[in-house]
Write a protein that binds this ligand. Sequence first.
Ligand SMILES: *Cc1c(COP(=O)(O)O)cnc(C)c1O
Length: 393
Amino acid sequence: MKTLSTLTHLECSICGERHDAEVVQTICTSCGRALVARYDLDAAKRTFTREAIGQRVASMWRYEELMPIREHEHLFSLGEGMTALLPTPRLGELVGASDLWVKDEGSNPTGTFKARGISAALSRAVELGVTEVGMPTAGNAGSATAAYAARAGIAAHVAMPADTPVAMMDEVRTFGASLKLIDGLISDAGAWVAEQSAANGWFPMSTLKEPYRVEGKKTMGLELWEQFDGVLPDAILYPTGGGTGLIGMWKAFDELEAMGLLGSERPRMVVVQSEGCAPIVRAFEAGADRAEPWENAATIAPGIRVPVAFADDLILQAVRASEGDAITVGDDEIRSAILDVTRSEGIDVCPEGAATLAGLRKLIAEQRIDAGSRIVLFNTGTGMKHPELRVTA
Ligand SMILES: *Cc1c(COP(=O)(O)O)cnc(C)c1O
């Protein structure tokens, strides 16, 4: 059965060249940059209404018109998305923010928001005939890829740094994907996957080097819009690695506006990175359009241990266009923020999610954010994959 997808084509995010969406694509064949999906938004808005969506499946696939899958039989879902958007008054009081919320992505399949991007990208890849995928990862995208490959009945090959938390390695192996441990970082894993994919015919699914992971992650923006009754928050704090979620939410807001479901108002998009790996913050502060690779990246938050973001320019553009901000936090600040979130609200925060609280504290102290405005922190995953950060005595 056909979905309501209104996907029309792919477009290069930088040079604007049009590409065929009905064949497997990676990056722009003209300029080598990221491709994005385009939809017939005039057609989409006929059926994409708050009332209609409210009646649909409680997963990110309720936004079917704006998703890239054509046939329901190719849609491989484990129930990703429609995560809780939690008011957090006690946490707000602790840091002096009077309208603070947490979007809790820890309840996704395999425990992180990576499920959204992988469900979309892997489903579309299978729809276009792919039977074997390769995935370089800092950890969580590998877990999600292994699970969704099992769900779709295809083979997956995951490469991750050898010092990734063991829970993520165990997930990959348990879900039946092959696992390659790399003596290096996610960027080194990326080089290995690129080489092996070329040699073995795997489809490589590296962040923003294929067009559909961002489509899955944009649903976080659609959910904020739906869950806040059509009114976006004033600021979104996002723990930024490859930036897929930030770029995706920004795209979602533009699509909502084009459909007449939102005005031109936007939340301030705030990048939070670790002091030990902050290429985007450094570029933001320098006023640069692109980010230089970060040397010797190190942090306890693996999801943001990303020394090179392929779509660095798209992240920086969104942050600047939103009059947003970019800030770093230290590992010690992340550790204490984990206890603040868990103990004040019962939310099992991951280190990346905790980093956003630490970032908010600094922004408030430096008066870089309105403490009375509506602020959303993204908890991008569960704390359960991090026994090394648990309190054990
Ligand atoms: C991947 C990941 C991030 C970074 O996400 P991007 O959208 O790639 O910037 C943050 N937190 C966790 C838990 C992750 O797994």
